[in-house]
Write a protein that binds this ligand. Structure first.
Ligand SMILES: [Ca+2]
Ligand SMILES: [Ca+2]
Ligand SMILES: [Ca+2]
Ligand SMILES: [Ca+2]
Length: 514
């Protein structure tokens, strides 16, 4: 039970004391122990001090070098300003109508008597030629005539008119006795010296019978159609035509466009009518297509019809029927190989490009060359046509006048040979020409800046505002001259604006033999 007494009653136990020598070494041990603790504490304090110093220094550095927030910028808003457009300076070149003062009194007769026959909507061409080699350019007007059985009382069938230029710009009608006073329903004309005798000869295309007139000199022409063999079948409706030497034998050959298969009976079978108006001029889609003619000049006054073997008769791929409905042709060397090619404008049918194969034949490459259709792959009502290197470089432009609501086409050669793209919009003539109904057109240098460094060609279009619906004459601006700007674009100009309806227009410079 003594074990359970409280400790207070027990005597204090004193721990056993070590001997003196042992006590000294323990004291030294304790001192060393204390030194270690103090050293460790000192090192820790030093480390903490260093960390504090580093942290403080870094903080101060950051405070001093922290990125300065950019001051908010205030922008004053203003209305957008339309940039000033560079406007090309169009040279002033005024034209004056001198027809009457020059002594020209020609008036075209389409023979219309009320039956609205389709050929009455066309004709006729005109040619500038120096038939008597006096150095002054003369003029030949193609005429149509009255329809059989519909010659008004007191009138005579009409014929072409030849005007002689006296060298001062005054003309005299010299048709009588010239041999050209032949009545025909004329359409187009091509002049060229086919027999190389130095006298320019005349081919006239017509409805139901073409004519070739050989220039005899002394102002006389002989109708050599029969012996030359270029009259056609007598049932053709021939339109645009051109002399060109496709086989490079030095003798001019002849290409003749045909439009549609037409007769008065066919026209009445088609029976085109407009609501509220009655019988009206029909549409080319309603008439069968045709083949053009290519005549090879044999060199003895005779020509051979080589249309079939030369490859210019394009058939409808489905029906095999003749496909062409041609109104315009232009000979030009598209690939610059020294052999003349042909581009043919077709009305409501794809345009043709006849590429000269240098062996007497042509290959039709309209579609793959990019000229056959518009940019949507559709055909247009193509009529007038011309070709020119209008940019004064190697690129060639093919301009084609199209129907109303169809832009004038300007097919321009691209980097790849025989490849063209319609650049009418970027050249500035597309939208501006869309509403007009375009017929003839040509490139020409209307301000004669050919003498300047920048030889520029302009494009003239001839046409009318609408089709089949008469307009007040004053509202019928029909001729538009366009001028190419410095950089090659065209812009519309109204230097020539007459209230008339033009159908054909063509200009040629000093091309030898053509
Ligand atoms: Ca002359
Ligand atoms: Ca001749
Ligand atoms: Ca030839
Ligand atoms: Ca060629």
């Amino acid at each position: 039970m003594s074990d359970q007494r409280p400790d207070i009653d027990r005597p204090k136990q004193t721990p056993p004391q070590p001997p003196a020598s042992l006590a000294d070494s323990a004291e030294e041990e304790a001192e060393r122990y204390d030194d270690a603790i103090i050293g460790r504490a000192f090192r820790w304090s030093l480390a903490v001090l260093v960390l504090v110093a580093v942290g403080t220094g870094g903080g101060l550095y950051w405070v001093r070098h922290r990125p300065v927030k950019a001051a908010a910028r205030l922008t004053t808003l203003s209305s957008p300003v339309v940039p000033a457009k560079l406007i090309a300076e169009i040279p002033v070149a005024r034209f004056t109508d001198v027809t009457a003062a020059a002594g020209i009194a020609f008036s075209h007769n389409n023979g219309a008597y009320g039956d609205k026959l389709l050929p009455e909507t066309m004709g006729g061409g005109v040619a500038f030629l120096d038939y008597d080699n006096d150095g002054a350019t003369d003029i030949l007007f193609v005429n149509s005539t009255y329809w059989p059985g519909h010659v008004p009382d007191g009138r005579q069938p009409t014929c072409p008119a030849l005007y002689h230029n006296d060298g001062t710009g005054h003309f005299t009608d010299v048709t009588a006795g010239s041999g050209l006073e032949v009545s025909l329903y004329g359409m187009g004309v091509a002049v060229g010296d086919y027999d190389n005798d130095g006298l320019v000869d005349v081919f006239i295309s017509a409805v139901h019978g073409n004519k070739l007139f050989h220039n005899l000199g002394n102002g006389k022409f002989a109708d050599v159609t029969e012996s030359a063999g270029v009259g056609g079948s007598g049932q053709d409706w021939s339109t645009s035509c051109t002399w060109f030497d496709y086989d490079n034998d030095g003798k001019l050959d002849l290409f003749v466009c045909n439009y549609v298969v037409w007769s008065k009976d066919i026209d009445f079978e088609v029976g085109y009518k407009l609501v509220g108006i009655g019988r009206a001029y029909g549409q080319p889609r309603d008439f069968p297509g045709t083949f053009p003619f290519l005549y090879h000049n044999d060199g003895n006054g005779h020509f051979t019809d080589v249309s079939k073997r030369a490859g210019v008769q394009v058939q409808n791929p489905v029906t095999g029927a003749p496909a062409a409905k041609s109104l315009g042709v232009v000979p030009t060397d598209l690939d610059n190989d020294g052999w003349m090619d042909l581009v043919v404008a077709n009305d409501t049918v794809q345009n043709y490009v006849f590429h000269n194969q240098r062996n007497g034949t042509f290959k039709e490459i309209g579609a793959i060359s990019g000229i056959a259709f518009d940019s949507y792959g559709q055909t247009r009502g193509a009529m007038g046509i011309d070709a020119a290197r209008f940019r004064n470089d190697d690129s060639i432009g093919i301009a084609i006048g199209n129907f109303a609501n169809e832009m004038t086409a300007l097919y321009v050669s691209q980097g790849k040979p025989l490849t063209f793209a319609d650049e009418a919009i970027t050249e500035g003539i597309g939208p501006a020409s869309r509403l007009l109904l375009k017929f003839g057109l040509f490139f020409f240098d209307f301000d004669l800046d050919v003498r300047a460094a920048d030889h520029r060609l302009e494009l003239m279009m001839c046409g009318m505002r609408c089709w089949g619906v008469p307009l007040p004459r004053a509202l019928c601006p029909s001729i538009e001259a366009t001028e190419s700007e410095e950089e090659g674009r065209f812009c519309f100009d109204v230097q020539i604006r007459l209230p008339l309806i033009g159908r054909l227009v063509r200009y040629r410079g000093w091309l030898t033999g053509q």
